[in-house]
Ligand binder design. Sequence first.
Ligand code: NAD
Length: 363
Amino acid sequence: MKIAILPGDGIGPEIMAEAVKVLHALDLKFEAETAPVGGAAYDAHGHPLPDATLKLAQAADAVLFGAVGDWKYDRLERALRPEQAILGLRKHLGLFANFRPAICYEQLTQASSLKPELVAGLDILIIRELTGDIYFGQPRGRRTAVDGHFPGTDEAFDTMRYSRPEIERIAHVAFQAARRRGRKVTSVDKANVLETFQFWKDVVTDVHAQYPDVQLEHLYVDNAAMQLVRAPKAFDVIVTGNLFGDILSDEAAMLTGSIGMLPSASLDQRNKGLYEPSHGSAPDIAGQGVANPLATILSAAMMLRFSLDQPEAADRIESAVKAVLAAGLRTGDIWSEGTQKVGTSAMGGAVVAALTGKTITKR
Ligand code: NAD
């Protein structure tokens, strides 16, 4: 097993160090190689995704990614900004399926923006198509309007499009994921208004014929957004396009209390993937040793499960994280009265201690 480790910027290197510590504590045989990405790579090599970093990611069995970005790079031309590294990796590695679990840990129900009874035990999986839709459709641009409400004025436009194979492959991913969970898929569309999403709905329905053991429901995106805050536990797997998935996955993230807890995976056709926390590089707290490393540690668990075929090791990490929370340890973002505040390294150390069967100490 070869893992490419790309720590990135801001809190990236701090949280990545803890995830690597946890991986080493598992006694698995793997090779890990680190390379710069994002702003760190721009500073060192003049590009956010240098050739050597891309080659390492392509050669590895899986990529563990920290976070990229800092306000100081905002003035760079778009192609050189740190965030372009993520888009480049998605494109070159063919990562079309984004998995974002939204799990509300029992001990953290108070941190959610919803009433505890609505989120206690929440465990949903959002699967977002990642390489199509209006984010990539051509043509796009600015021009002078020739028709519409204001002909002769400036206008901007994008193209929403999905091909049958693009919808089929993400639908298969969703139905197969549902088979490993609650056997229910909610496909989110806007078929009442958009041609693209009437087509999406038709194709998902066609693919469903191959999965009679999985329940399929269709929801319009506006209703889905509402149901996510009304009764989120009614969902199991949600599958949707790139634009709607971008928005709904952030909405779901907030149900769980802290973005510092949420892992994610982006997979290709053969389950090779890039694993990263759902949050950014948090420049406001970088270098202070206070960031929550659990989203990155849980991303490493997803990597072991989906790309490296080590489900038991993944289970061990997830159980260790639950044990640490049960022992009352919290980083600042999830801290509440009566719990013990710890820093990044102590949190990682506690997960290692729980993994190796040692008593979890609070300091
Ligand atoms: P952010 O997710 O970095 O931070 C939002 C807030 O959450 C901040 O207050 C931060 O301190 C807090 N936070 C985030 N992760 C945390 C953690 N692990 N522990 C404790 N607190 C945490 O989002 P932002 O501030 O909007 O963006 C900062 C930079 O990150 C920008 O340059 C942005 O472009 C980039 N970004 C990168 C990614 C990525 O690498 N995938 C994703 C989102 C944003």
